[in-house]
Design a protein around this ligand. Structure first.
Ligand SMILES: *Cc1c(COP(=O)(O)O)cnc(C)c1O
Length: 386
């Protein structure tokens, strides 16, 4: 485990070529770049010279981020987007056409699930959901499919899948595989090494790490990234702002140390919650042996409260854990499962991705294990009706 963390620390601690030997790269906050001569402009348009033209295409601050992400994921190349969903939609749209079928593991991130059920469906692309732990079912579903969409661990119920085995099944059938690696981060899981074709992250989570940026990244082979850069990035236009790319470069510096701290606190709290009679079930991948290729766990997991625990009192009694969506920052957060089920627009889809009325998702931040335990423990006591 230390070796993957140490490798990442080395990649992230220093930059090689910052202008004026600045220790931190500049924020190149510009929409366009001028040419010094007609000849230089022609050479650039002809492709003889590679240099920035317009920041919807190439921006040096964004490029610096993409290079770090590619190194972390052991990829040829990477490309950054304005959100995790822009990264996910670009990864899918650059690899499918009407008439194709996509296989998706169950319990994926809710908005990915909604993308498959709306726009992707309207493009005449069929979507089949499978239990990612049932390899026979996956193998059968992959026959004749075009793309396999994996997330591991999955959202909400945190199923840790055998990514290497799933990637091998896709490869055997000639199916292109994509994984959402936001939860494990490039520190604890490198899916390309396990045989997956393309890896996406919501950089809004641990990569940013400070709850101040919404962004996404994709890493993969030279050809795959070139296809996204050529067909999707300029025309759908979901480009990341230079300032946001810079904030991610800043966040990345401490990614290894932060995920280690999230891991330690969350695992300890998960173990203690298992002992409480107010808690029926704890969904944390670290409570069982991890699948091959997953080298650590992070701060997000879920619990199922016993029927005698009142959800409203539990949520309102917590002081350090704030009610809020998203995760990956310094602050601890909870999302009560029954709120998703009351969503006006989509009353049923929350259940489809694993939420249930007594379930709660927790993000364990960096406030310290003992303070967070006191908060959880007292709130469980207060909310217990028996
Ligand atoms: C948040 C999230 C996304 C979407 O990312 P945005 O940056 O919010 O667009 C995708 N996948 C997972 C697992 C997420 O948690």
């Amino acid at each position: 485990m230390t070796s993957c963390v140490e490798r990442a620390q080395l990649i992230l601690a220093h930059d090689e070529h910052n202008p004026q030997d600045a220790v931190v790269p500049p924020i190149v906050q510009t929409s366009l770049f001028t040419f010094s001569s007609y000849e230089e402009m022609v050479a650039t348009y002809r492709g003889d010279l590679e240099r920035p033209v317009y920041s919807r295409g190439l921006n040096p601050t964004v490029r610096a981020l993409e290079e770090k992400i590619a190194s972390l994921e052991m990829a040829d190349d990477a490309i950054a987007f304005a959100s995790g969903m822009a990264a996910i939609s670009a990864s899918i749209l650059s690899n499918v056409a009407p008439g194709d079928r996509i296989v998706v593991v169950r319990n994926v991130y809710p908005d990915a699930f909604r993308l498959f059920g709306t726009y992707i469906k309207r493009m005449q692309i069929e979507v089949t959901y499978v239990d990612g732990t049932d390899h026979a079912a996956v193998e059968a579903a992959l026959v004749g499919a075009r793309l396999f969409y994996i997330e591991s661990p999955t959202s909400w119920v945190m199923e840790a899948l055998d990514v290497g085995a799933l990637a091998a099944m896709a490869k055997k059938q000639g199916v292109f595989s994509v994984i959402d690696n936001s939860w494990a981060t490039p520190i604890f899981q490198n899916p390309l090494e396990l045989g997956v074709d393309l890896v996406v992250h919501s950089a809004s989570k641990y990569i940013g790490g400070h709850s101040d940026v919404v962004a996404g990244v994709v890493a993969g082979s030279k050809e795959t990234i070139a296809r996204i850069r050529g067909e999707i990035y300029p025309y759908l236009g979901g480009r990341i702002a230079p300032m946001d790319a810079w904030l991610l470069l800043r966040g990345l510096r401490t990614l290894p140390q932060r995920v280690m701290a999230h891991q330690e606190s969350a695992l300890e709290l998960a173990r203690r919650l298992c002992e409480r009679d107010e808690v029926v079930k704890v969904y944390h991948p670290g409570l069982a042996p991890l699948p091959y290729g997953l080298k650590g766990t992070t701060g997000l997991f879920s619990i199922l409260l016993a029927d005698h625990v009142d959800m409203r009192s539990f949520c309102n009694a917590l002081e350090l854990f704030k009610l809020g969506v998203s995760w990956g920052g310094h602050e601890s957060l909870i999302v009560p499962g029954d709120v998703g089920l009351q969503q006006k627009s989509e009353p049923n889809s929350a259940r489809a991705f694993g939420q249930s009325p007594q379930s709660v998702r927790l993000h364990v931040g960096l406030e310290g294990t003992e303070a967070l335990w006191r908060d959880l423990s007292e709130a469980l006591g207060t909310a217990s009706k028996s």
